[in-house]
Design a protein around this ligand. Structure first.
Ligand SMILES: Cc1ncc(COP(=O)(O)O)c(C=O)c1O
Length: 441
């Protein structure tokens, strides 16, 4: 780590801001997290100043303008009816467009009423949820730091935190029978000592299992995190809400797990990583968000401003800013007055597909000779445990003989995305898998 006097003065100011509110938050940062800052005195701020003051000639910005509009090609604008060249083509701020950041925060509060009185930062816009997760890692993980993660997980966590950032990934057994193994989670955190840091990732609805905890299970997870933090362990709780809203069981939680831990301990930094990607059905528009909460930080705390600036410094350094057009489209959707109704219509379709999977499995007990389902009640996916062959062989045969695709997550676990299969096709999908398993047995 560089000596303190090698830090840029802007980084030092941000670090001071964080330390003044909660020194533990500063201690949790990685070496890069401590070093990074948003270059608020560079080209961006000079351009910003010129935007208001340089009324005669503004020669600051690296874009091409003509008649006060972005210079454009008609063959580009032909694809964008309804957008002016300025709206569609100019750069967005590295933080993200303010109207979108505010609209997303309003959406978070609408979906999570218990956050109404909880101080948390204004979301920083990222290039999809993947980048939000990557930035959280950059800010908080040094090589060798522990990341606690279930044994059933989205494989990109491995690429990001293990291969890219060289963190030490520790797993806990996700299920015990048909319930979440909250005991295994508690045991995994037991061994941490006061002053140690642990970076915990929780993702519900879960990829790959399609499981969201019941209220009691979610409370057990949150209680464990808070008790660990209160023992003096420095806990980063990264809540990945990729599939938020796709809840199909009245007994499972309907608010993000972020609500149960945000702002509740000075030793627990809660990070909400979420995205329009799946929540607004706009996968390729690549728009995600990163928000922070920690005990001791009030609304509009300088600590939040500093963490936002650090996250944005990483955006600036890596991709400079996210698509302005995507941000504008999503802001329009969120403020259209139609978002919640249209979202509910899609959730209803996904719910029907999930129910069709459950019904198919109930109606065909014979399938259990070859595969059993792990618990599922939400999201895009469900997993089966294959009993008499390997998932590698099953996957191959399904493709080659039955023109059917699924994902081999491990030797035994096979993931099926009911999100992209029509309800009517679901019985046949499972019949096909059963047939392929019988072929291989
Ligand atoms: C659990 C989880 N987190 C994050 C992501 C990334 O989402 P995005 O496409 O917004 O990068 C995915 C996408 O598959 C996911 O399954």
């Amino acid at each position: 780590m560089p000596a303190i006097n090698m830090f840029n003065e802007l980084a030092i100011t941000l670090n001071d801001q964080i330390q003044a509110v909660n020194p533990v938050a500063y201690e949790m940062l990685s070496a890069l997290g401590k070093r990074i800052y948003f270059p608020s005195k560079g080209i961006l701020s000079q351009s910003g100043e010129a935007k208001t003051l340089a009324k005669k000639f503004n020669a600051t910005i690296g874009t091409a303008l003509k008649d006060h509009q972005a210079m454009s090609l008609p063959c580009v604008m032909d694809s964008l009816p309804g957008f002016s060249p300025n709206e569609a083509l100019l750069y967005a701020p590295s933080y993200g467009q303010k109207p979108l950041r505010e609209a997303w925060k309003a959406k978070i509060l609408h979906d999570n009423p218990s956050l109404a009185t909880v101080p948390f930062s204004l979301p920083v816009v990222t290039n999809g949820l993947t980048q939000a997760l990557a930035l959280a890692g950059d800010l908080l993980l040094d090589p060798g730091d522990h990341v606690l993660i279930p044994n059933m997980l989205w494989d990109n966590y491995l690429l990001n935190y293990s291969d890219r950032l060289q963190a030490d990934l520790r797993h806990w057994e996700f299920f015990q029978g048909d319930r979440l193994n909250t005991m295994a989670f508690a045991q995994a955190l037991e061994g941490y000592m006061p002053g140690q840091k642990v970076f915990v990732i929780l993702n519900f609805p879960n990829n790959p299992t399609g499981y969201t905890p019941l209220e009691s299970e979610a409370q057990a997870l949150a209680d464990t995190l808070l008790a660990t933090a209160e023992r003096g362990v420095r806990v980063v709780a990264l809540i990945d809400d990729a599939y938020y809203g796709l809840f199909f069981d009245p007994a499972c939680i309907k608010e993000s797990l972020f609500c149960k831990v945000a702002g509740k301990s000075r030793n627990l930094l809660a990070i909400k990583a979420d995205a329009a990607t799946k929540e607004c059905y706009v996968w390729g528009l690549r728009t995600g968000f990163l928000s922070f909460a920690i005990g001791g930080a009030e609304a509009d705390s300088p600590l939040f401003t500093a963490l936002e600036a650090k996250a944005t410094g990483l955006v600036r350094a890596t991709i400079s800013n996210c698509s302005a057009l995507s941000q504008k489209i999503i802001t329009n959707a969120l403020t259209s007055g139609k978002f919640y109704e249209q979202r509910a219509a899609n959730v209803a379709i996904m719910h029907e597909r999930c129910s069709a999977v459950m019904q198919t499995l109930t109606e065909h007990p014979e399938y259990r000779e070859h595969f059993v389902a792990y618990p599922f009640n939400s999201g895009y996916f469900m997993c089966i445990k294959v009993l008499k062959t390997s998932t590698t062989k099953l996957r191959r045969l399904l493709l080659d003989k039955y023109a059917t695709g699924g994902i081999a997550m491990s030797d035994t676990d096979f993931r099926l995305a009911f999100s992209c299969v029509e309800k009517e096709q679901i019985p046949e999908l499972f019949k096909t898998i059963y047939q392929a398993c019988k072929d291989l047995a």
